[in-house]
Design a protein around this ligand. Sequence first.
Ligand code: C5J
Length: 228
Amino acid sequence: MLSVPALPYAFQFDPAHTALIVIDMQRDFIEPGGFGASLGNQVARLAPSVPVVAELLGLCRRHKLLIVHTREAHRPDMADCPPAKRARGNPAVQIGDNGPMGRILVSGEPGCEIVAAVAPLVDEIVLDKPGKGAFYATALGEILRIKGIRQLIFAGVTTEVCVQTSMREANDRGYDCLLIEDATESYFPEFKAATLEMIRAQGGIVGWTAPLQALASAFQAATQESHA
Ligand code: C5J
């Protein structure tokens, strides 16, 4: 077992039974002209997470963790998009409408793709999810069961919406979850800070949080031990 200095206390994990879940690092959230911008958000606020997620992916790839990327994405016929979700926020451009990066949050459209800096490799799992949580209406639970996964490391955007919802779903399903603090961002810095606090409150009621450096040190310590 590896031990990450985390909050509220050390996060122990076995890389052979751990997956990295990267949530919704899509152009529609991170770049101008997408879903995030249609709701009036300052999308540049998410940019600092991109190089950190890229580094986290590199680390997890080197240590052979299972890697799953999610996209918030609807079918082109919109049959999986509740009208209430579409109408929410009364945006000028709604989910399914045409924008500068194609149809907003629709599978296969340019805006729905993951940004190039953190793009999935061919052997990595990519799941389209119609909701905020990664388990809702997806094969994620089944995939993790088949692969023998017991612990999850989370990254992605946005912290308090799809990341937190997915972590809570995972927590209720019995997974130990670690959120990498600098590999997640919100349009609202105060919501990110509050989410990190609420995840690790009450003895880690949703899970653990730690910076990327803490995870890197845990891998480094294990490598040094195996060479000693
Ligand atoms: C949102 C997400 N914010 N990926 N989606 O609607 O967090």
